[in-house]
Design a protein around this ligand. Structure first.
Ligand code: MTE
Ligand code: MO
Length: 408
């Protein structure tokens, strides 16, 4: 029996690459944005089953999946490693036609409601490219003690890709924002798991929407937005809980009150107004909306478990971000916080883009080390090394990430 050699080779290469990926993705940082590894060329995944093996799937219905942290090493996150989160049923991607897709601006505080096609958005408004950090409000939830309900994200429910689109501000202004506007309400096509109503419809204070740092985007890293990340059009706000960055977006309502869409109700995406003890029960009326994310950092290189030869310098690096603020300092410790060493830190390429840091460490003797990283923002706020304020829904965990290495 003849074996079809081409098919055989293709399969062998694909599966060996897939098997390799979770262990050590050599030179991942050099890979240009938008260029996928051989076995994951398709950015058309529609189900958990289609995701590459390096994703950790936290939930299949709805899909919630995260990559290993070291795959977030590139300064611009490739689309095929960004975490994936849906709150309800995913859209029926096969029925999406970008030619007929429309985006509607309306609401009590909109004087001139309008509907745009994607082509109209492209031709009517100036195009902008921005790198925006999207972090799930529940990123790092698994680190809270006592644990809280919800997806047990480790540290990888965050990414920073480059988005191409028009400013939310320009589009809202074209529809005449009334003076009594308070908030935006964002809309998409995906429905609640029950099949009834929107899966999620959140928003931001009107002042945030009128800044020049949020987009209605049709491209991610210069390519069509993958289905999982909001094809064909996405509202993208960096620095805020990623839940306001509506995927497969169909419109924005300009509201004359705080938006009351799905998942705006307490305690979703909210934290207590006052400090509570770990595990304490909090009444729904005692919560407030999380408007901005907070200072945090990732160690993307090396991986935990790395062995380094005594006398060899170890390059440690990652990213840092601080919601709507800039990060002004990044420090690293390899002696459990007794001493801290200042890392080299890049400036953000634009507001809310994460910043790159790196440091060369000469670990003094053979043995086991933990490496900690902590960022400080432009208001002097630093990441805690222990757990930050516990809260019932497990949001805003920003304790230091730790890795372990061995000098041999
Ligand atoms: N239409 C739609 N947009 C959505 C969601 C959703 O369920 N439906 N989830 C939000 C939440 S909670 C997060 S954390 C981000 C996740 O974006 P990503 O899947 O591109 O990482 O999308 C946000 N936008
Ligand atoms: Mo989220």
């Amino acid at each position: 029996m003849a074996i079809d050699r081409r098919v055989f080779l293709k399969g062998a290469v694909a599966s060996s690459v897939a098997a390799m990926l979770p262990i050590n993705w050599v030179y991942a940082a050099n890979r240009p944005a938008g260029v996928a590894p051989l076995d994951v060329a398709a950015l058309t995944w529609k189900s958990a089953a289609e995701l590459p093996s390096y994703f950790e799937i936290l939930n299949t219905n709805p899909i919630n999946a995260q990559p290993p942290v070291y795959m977030l090493d590139p300064a611009t996150t490739p689309a095929d490693v960004a975490f994936i989160r849906w709150n309800g049923k995913q859209p029926e991607f096969d029925n999406i036609d970008p030619k007929t897709w429309t985006f509607k601006v309306d609401g009590e505080s909109c004087k001139t409601p309008k509907t745009y096609t994607i082509d109209e958005l492209k031709s009517k408004f100036k195009t902008h490219k921005l790198k925006l950090t999207l972090e799930c409000g529940g990123n790092s939830r698994s680190e809270f003690f006592p644990s809280t309900k919800g997806n047990q994200w480790t540290n990888a429910a965050v990414f920073c890709s480059e988005w191409t689109g028009v400013l939310v501000r320009d589009v809202l202004k074209d529809c005449d924002v009334k003076d009594d506007a308070v908030y935006t309400g964002h809309h998409g096509i995906d429905v609640h798991l029950s099949g009834k109503g929107e899966a999620i419809s959140r928003g931001v204070p009107i002042s945030a929407a009128l800044n020049d740092d949020a987009l209605i985007a049709w491209a991610m890293n210069g390519e069509d937005i993958p289905y999982m990340h909001g094809y064909p059009l996405r509202i993208v706000f960096g620095g805020r809980p990623a839940s306001v960055s509506q995927k497969s977006a169909t419109g924005i309502s300009i509201r004359n009150k705080v938006h009351d869409g799905k998942k705006m109700e307490s305690p979703a995406y909210q934290v207590p107004r006052y400090p509570v003890a770990p595990g304490e029960k909090v009444a729904n009326e005692d919560f407030k909306i999380i408007e901005e994310m907070i200072v945090k950092s990732l160690i993307t290189h090396p991986q935990t478990g790395t062995e380094v030869k005594l006398g060899k310098t170890l390059n440690v690096r990652g990213h840092a971000w601080a919601g709507m603020r800039d990060v002004t300092e990044l420090q690293v410790s390899y002696d459990y916080g007794a001493t801290w060493h200042k890392a080299k830190l890049s400036k953000p390429v634009n507001k809310t883009a994460w910043q790159q840091w790196e440091i060369d460490l000469d670990l003094p003797m053979a043995g086991y080390y933990e490496i900690w990283a902590r960022a400080t923002d432009d208001q002097g706020v630093t990441q805690p090394v222990v757990q930050p304020q516990w809260n019932p829904k497990g949001y805003l965990f920003n304790g230091c990430q730790r890795i372990a290495v061995r000098v041999v």
